[in-house]
Design a protein around this ligand. Structure first.
Ligand SMILES: *Cc1c(COP(=O)(O)O)cnc(C)c1O
Length: 380
């Protein structure tokens, strides 16, 4: 926790406003992360993945720092425009778009679109003539804690056909994209995708179409319980793979960090509502928090993301607990398959701090399940 977040939470408590879970995002950390990306990948443009955290102040900060943006809907495009970035600094990176949304994005000035099949190319040719398109290829997501496989992308062998069609329909066949899976802890996982990308470049060059760009996607991790490699290690591994597969003709590159840009900038303060057992003989306690899967912690789905949970009594004896959220839905359990160690002396009413929650929390928070409001957020 940063000093600024600590001060903010102390003030909130003093003013008696601490009556629900709240996320605090420290913009100093986001600035550091942006600069670390720029330094680790100096020739690569950053397209921040807006869905990770679209708070206006976050978008404004990144726009002012010179970032570009990966958007997935007309609404996200509008949010980025409102933050002061021009449309030439945005991609419409969702491979699944309604044709009228493509037309609207085109009217708003967007000229860079993702595709992964011929039918999507045809929509773009009709609704956004002359635009640049990049083709997303499949990645198996191995090594990632939150995979983004199967649903997006085509097999690399199909990409030349998709991009050739784009070229023939008057679009600019611009490049290749992939996503190695979110929270990717292995910097070497970009290598296979870059090998496939280089093959697609060669195949199209043989057909007289010269691609220019490789979109390296997101996947850069944030620190939860386990340590993760620094962004510098990712930059080095990616550069080595680019050299290996593209030789002296290294293409233009972009990255789309979401989690790695904002994850560690956020901290949620929550409260223990109840601690109980289901039978006298039970050894396992249930700890119910006022935050769960429906008001911010959706990424605990299948216990994929394991957040650090801090308490005021962390030095005390620990025992594994089942941790659950506050709603009347039995799937609202955060950690049960792998119980979570919490202090025996933790008491009802105690505050807990959930770290690494700057990404994929507010956007996954429902608007009124059981009447609970969306996650209160402060960007400081
Ligand atoms: C979600 C998403 C990202 C961001 O991924 P992270 O793992 O959070 O960095 C990047 N690109 C695309 C196309 C995405 O859908």
């Amino acid at each position: 926790m940063t000093e600024r977040i600590q001060q903010f939470l102390a003030q909130r408590r003093q003013e008696g406003r601490d009556n629900g879970p709240c996320l605090v995002v420290d913009t100093d950390i986001i600035r550091e992360n942006y600069n670390a990306f720029a330094k680790a990948l100096p020739d690569t443009r950053v397209f921040y993945a807006v869905k990770a955290n679209p708070e206006p102040k976050v978008l404004k900060l990144l726009a002012d720092l010179g970032s570009c943006f990966d958007t997935a809907s007309v609404q996200e495009i509008q949010m980025v425009l409102d933050a002061g970035a021009t449309p030439d600094r945005m991609s419409f990176g969702n491979t699944i778009k309604k044709e009228r949304d493509i037309a609207r994005a085109y009217e708003m000035g967007i000229r860079l679109f993702a595709v992964d099949c011929v039918t999507e190319v045809e929509k773009i040719a009709r609704a956004a003539p002359g635009s640049k398109v990049f083709c997303r290829i499949l990645c198996d997501g191995e090594g990632a804690e939150w995979p983004l496989s199967r649903k997006f992308g085509c097999v690399p062998e199909m990409a030349p056909e998709v991009l050739e069609r784009a070229h023939r329909l008057g679009l600019r066949a611009y490049g290749i994209s992939f996503h190695v899976g979110s929270q990717q802890s292995n910097p070497k996982m970009w290598d296979a995708a870059l090998r496939s990308s280089a093959q697609v470049f060669r195949e199209l060059a043989d057909r007289g179409i010269h691609l220019q760009m490789v979109n390296l996607g997101g996947g850069f991790p944030t620190k939860y319980l386990r340590d993760v490699p620094a962004v510098k290690a990712y930059g080095q591994a990616i550069f080595r793979s680019l050299r290996k597969h593209f030789g002296n003709r290294i293409p233009e590159t972009i990255i789309e960090p979401g989690r790695g840009m904002v994850g560690n900038a956020g901290l949620i303060e929550a409260e223990v509502i109840l601690i109980s057992k289901k039978a006298e003989s039970d050894t396992m306690r249930w700890v119910y928090l006022d935050i769960g899967k429906f008001n911010g912690l959706a990424e605990t789905m299948d216990e994929m993301i394991r957040y650090p949970i801090r308490t005021d009594v962390d030095g005390d004896e620990m025992e594994p607990c089942i941790v659950a959220g506050p709603t009347c839905d039995s799937v609202d359990v955060l950690y049960e398959k792998t119980p979570y160690p919490l202090p025996v002396s933790l008491s009802i009413g105690a505050k807990v701090l959930i770290e690494g929650t700057g990404a994929y929390t507010t956007t996954y928070s429902s608007i009124a399940f059981n009447g609970l409001p969306p996650l209160e957020t402060h960007v400081i």
